[in-house]
Design a protein around this ligand. Structure first.
Ligand SMILES: [Zn+2]
Length: 112
């Protein structure tokens, strides 16, 4: 061992030439042994994956909320629309007595 160094993570001696910079906040200013570096690297990969998944979840939640708002708006529009249709329907019944039903039906077809 040319340059014995104490690992900032596990406390074991290792050759400084084999060491790497620590990846955690606690060890980032120190050199750690290769074994601890590999463990920290794997942990960091998992943490990064978890962060990505949480971000995707957050984006999905925002998209679901946006879609729910859109559905609500569409449902409100449909309800207003239904009211209009009911009014048309009432008009249609009145017109039917006058024999003008077909004309009115054509007019409705243009809109719906
Ligand atoms: Zn170590």
């Amino acid at each position: 061992m040319e340059m014995p160094t104490v690992c900032a993570e596990c406390g074991e001696l290792f050759d400084l030439l084999d060491g790497r910079g620590g990846l955690t906040h606690r060890t980032s200013d120190f050199t750690i042994c290769k074994s601890c570096y590999e463990k920290q690297y794997q942990e960091k990969q998992r943490v990064d994956t978890i962060r990505e998944l949480l971000e995707k979840k957050e984006n999905a939640s925002s998209e679901i909320e946006r879609l729910m708002n859109e559905i609500t708006e569409m449902a409100e529009w449909r309800d207003e629309h239904r009211q209009n249709l009911n009014e048309y329907s009432m008009e249609l019944k009145k017109l039917d007595y006058k024999g003008e039903k077909d004309d009115y039906h054509e007019e409705l077809e243009r809109y719906y």
